[in-house]
Structures are given as C-alpha cells and as structure tokens.
Design a protein around this ligand. Sequence first.
Ligand code: PLP
Length: 435
Amino acid sequence: FTTLSLVSSQRKTSEEIMKEAVKLMPGGVNSPVRAFRSVGGNPIVFKKVKGSKVYDVDGNEYIDYVGTWGPAIVGHANDEVVKALKEAVENGTSFGAPCELENILARMVIDAVPSVEMVRFVNSGTEACMSALRLMRAYTGREKIIKFAGCFHGHADPYLVQAGSGVATLGLPDSPGVPKSTTENTLTAPYNDYQAVENLFHTYPNQIAGVILEPVVGNSGFILPDKSFLEGLRSLTRREGALLCFDEVMTGFRISYGGAQKYFNIQPDLTTFGKIIGGGLPVGAYGGRKDIMEMIAPSGPVYQSGTLSGNPLAMTAGIKTLEILKRPGTYEYLEQITSKLVNSMVAIAQDAGHAFTGGHLSAMFGFFFTSGTVKNFEDAKRSDLAKFQRFHRSMLEQGIYLAPSQFEAGFISLQHSERDIEETLQAFTRVMKEI
Ligand code: PLP
C-alpha cells in the first residue's frame, strides 16, 4: 500500500466495484451516507482497515477519522481484540442461550455508567433506541415522546422526524413508508432550547412518556450541549413524571469511560448504547434504573427479543475494547491529540480567511464552514455546504478520510499518532489554501 499523495486519484478498482454494486444494492451500499451523495464523487471501496488507517482496493492508504462511524476507538483491527476474537470463534459464532461473556460485559457497562443498574443487549443502536422507546411508554403509560431536531436515534419509524445523520444528508424531512399514525406522538424541539421543551410539557400535560437526546450531538455534525440544558431536562422530566433517555450510542465510552452522563454528571433514567461496546461487531444495548428495566420480558410484560442478542463474538470484542479503554491515560491521550487536531484546524482555517468553527470533547470532534457558534441543527444547516463538498474531496486526494457529510462527527482512536495528526494538519493547510 502507498499513501494516496503518491498515487493521486487512482481509484479505478473502487469505481468498477461500485459500478457493479449499484446494480445489486440500492445506491450500491447498505447504509445511505456511505454512498458519498452529499459530497459527490464515488465512494472508496475498502480492502482492509488497521490502526488509524484505512486501505482501499486500489492500494491507497488514508488516515481515517470515521472509525467505522465510532466503534474503532482502540484502533481498527486492534491486535488484542483480534486475538480475543480468534480464540472465541473456536467456541462457536452464536449460542442463542445464556453465556458468561454477557455477564462480564453487562457488569462492565453497569460499573462504568452511573445510571445503569441493569442492561439488555441487542444488535444495533437502532434496536436499542426502538426498545427504549417502548419501555418509556410502557413504564409511564403515556404515548408521546420528545426528540430534538437533528438528533438521530436510528431508523425506527417513530424517530424519523427531523432526524439527523443520513436523513439530514439526503434532505429528507421524513421517510415515505412511515405512517403518520406512527409519528404523530413524536414531538420535536430545537436542541439546546430548554424553553421549547417546557412549552411542550405545558401543551401536552401528562401525555409525554419521555425525552430522548444525544447528550453530545454527532448527527447534525458535532454540537455541544449547554450543561444547563441537560440539567434542565433532568429536573423537568422528573417533575413531570416523564423519563429521560440519553442516547449514548455514539458518546458511550467515548466522551469518557462512563459516557457523556459521567462527564456532565447527570443521571438519565435510561441510556442506549451501540458502537464501542461491540468493539466493531454488531451490538447495541439499553439500560437504566432497575425498576424500569425489570419491566422487560421475561421479568415483565414489555416484549423485546433477538436471535443474535448477546452474541459471544460481539461480547468478546466489546469486553476487550472496554478493557483497553480502562487502562490509565487513555482518555487523557485521546483528549490531547483531538484538541491538538481541532484547535490547529480552527487556527489554520481562520488564518487562511475561511469562516470556520470547530469543537471537540474527548475523542469526538467536528467543524462547520460558518463563523457563528453552532447550537442546533438550524445553525448547522446555515454552514457552507458547497465548500464542505470541495473540502472533503480535496482532503481525500491528500489521503485523509473524513465522514462524507457535513452532518457527521469525526472520531479519533488510541492508534492515532502525533505523526498522523501532523500529516493531517499539513494536508489541511494545503487544502485551506486551495478551496
Ligand atoms: N443513535 C445514535 C446517536 C447514532 O449515532 C446511531 C448511529 O449512528 C444510532 C442511534 C443507530 O445505531 P445503528 O446504526 O447501530 O443502528
């Protein structure tokens, strides 16, 4: 493999594979944002991933800031995770019966995340959020929920209202095929707007089951919460007899070992997880207060199941990933290199005369081509999307792989070196002069 700068634009094999893929799968992909629609050009077809790098089928190497959309926090194909998986696979790929690995990972999640007393494993973040919603409704006996514009909680029908991520990227307000009856109980408010949420509770007294949010937003691009906003939601939901659910699918074990809730010191009633806790294998989970979680079947009447849930390989990858993250110094290192990257990017971009703003928390970061602060999805949408498109393509030519949408966050891993950051900043400097 060679670095892209040496073999610039040689992506013939990628193009050929995608030509075939579009005949076989809608848009040639199995998840929409991968298709590069919002940045134009052809997606890159990967051959392998390792450490902080991804390698395409044409032999090009890229420094990666997507990290398979979040899970790869200990680096792609981490040697320790791979070794653990090799050993585990000898015992079988799926049990469909209890296994001790589930206890171990459940214990790790419960010990790490202050509000979680019990947990249920599922297979994706979508499943986790869908199940948490059913549980919030069952527990409260109410049907309405509040979500925030630009927050993404997977693709279950009730959440496809003003959703971020790929839904935002494609400019779909909603999705056809989602019945009005499924979304009429989904209320939305602008992110960071406490008053709007209080107003909804006034308008619909005793009807709102819960409030779900990304405690740090990654699906409208990267947006930080005001701490007072999170605190306000905590006391408001408590006062109104509604539940507060933090969707930590992206932020769990990334913002800190105990997630965003530990960082901001706020205890939600329920939390959803995914990505990191499966170490790159398909996993989700939801957890929270014991009295709520005990309502789930077979302890209680709320039905939810899964053939592959608690899968031994996914549990193994998750356990090893959390073990690595728990070692001293990990989050300090992630904070150090991420802040270096983002602070330097802001300085370089502004020096070059661009309206540019960026931010990070731990190993999650983002930036917008705009001069104002970005507090919510409306602000994010005001940034210069055409410039982002040019930027993305130019960075790719320089061997830097960023999420192919302005409305996604960036992720850093423990395998990103100071040298990776330096090389990225050099590429960034060149691109800022060019676009
Ligand atoms: N919730 C959040 C905050 C997410 O970022 C995502 C996916 O990116 C999901 C839920 C859905 O997770 P999955 O793609 O595993 O279904």
